[in-house]
Ligand binder design. Sequence first.
Ligand code: FES
Ligand SMILES: [Fe+2]
Length: 372
Amino acid sequence: MYINFWYPIARVDKVTTERPLQAEIFGLPLVAFRDGQGAAHVLADTCAHRGGSLGRGRLEGDFIVCPYHGWQYAGDGRCMHVPSLADAKPPARAKVDSYPVEEKYGIVFAFLGDLPEAERPPIYDVEEYAQEGWKSELYTLELNCYYQRSVENGLDPIHNEFVHPMQGAPGMDAEAQSKPLPMTKIPWGNKFWMSFKETRDPNTDVSSQRGESQNSAGSWHQGPNQLVTWIHFQTAKFGEAVFHQYFFEQPVDESHTRIFFLNMRNWMLEDDKDERVRDVTLRVVGEDIGILEKLRPVRTPESNAKEVLLTGDAAVVSYRESLRDWDRRGWRIDSKTLREQQKGTAFAIPCPDRRKSGNWVLDSVPLMSFPG
Ligand code: FES
Ligand SMILES: [Fe+2]
């Protein structure tokens, strides 16, 4: 996993003024809550005093209160009150990492890293979100696999024909499969977009309006954990029908991923179609999950020589090249060292404040260094 990107933490309605919400990213504990004004905050969930879990505590006005000895922290991560010190000021070291937060698409995102604002890779911009003529649904998916495997699956157009034959998924004929994928570089990612013909009769309610037609589709990633798939097809009844799917992926740990899946469409907008769309969409997702949870190795291999990659895997290769890019920037968490030392040391992903002030109690996560 990489620091210095935005990660989805929870649905907005799960982050409340009532009680803290614990979350885990790459095996590191985080806590989310809202202050008295309703602003969401995401902090490292390890009290600077003696390591209590703030997420097990309570909220009091603007503060989150550690359950162990009652230290009170503000949303910016600073401890504002220590009960055992009466009215004396808490020590300067009494602070925990607080991450920049944004709420978008019904999701609370946290920027997990220390880059200053102007240098941060963005949250993907879904232009059609909440626009007239569009419908969105947000699903939360739990997968027993590493998030990079799931992103790579979305960048792989050939699997559709084999994994989703019953769902009328867009297929590519053999000739199209043998040609190199038309890759383009986009900011913080790689993209392909292509035309294709239906290769079989659609077989579900959702797609039964299609027929033989010229369609187009593509996928791209932005950063390591944001994946987009657009499918555009012509229908006799609806004209151009479009699904835009956005996957915001949370690496819970090396073998668990939580995906916040925003599914947008510009047709079948009536509420009574939601269930049908959800049903088919989640059936397709379930088929992917069945494959992903059995891939070996669990994590994406370090070297492409450990697989046999063909032209149809070009988007996967491009994704891995981007990851190498972020490796060279020193943004990759050293998972081996982290796991070896985690029992004896409390770690946190560094927040932007670490570039401005020192004296932190929690150690910053170990990062890998690669030759530039
Ligand atoms: S460990 Fe949190 S107040 Fe003591
Ligand atoms: Fe799939």
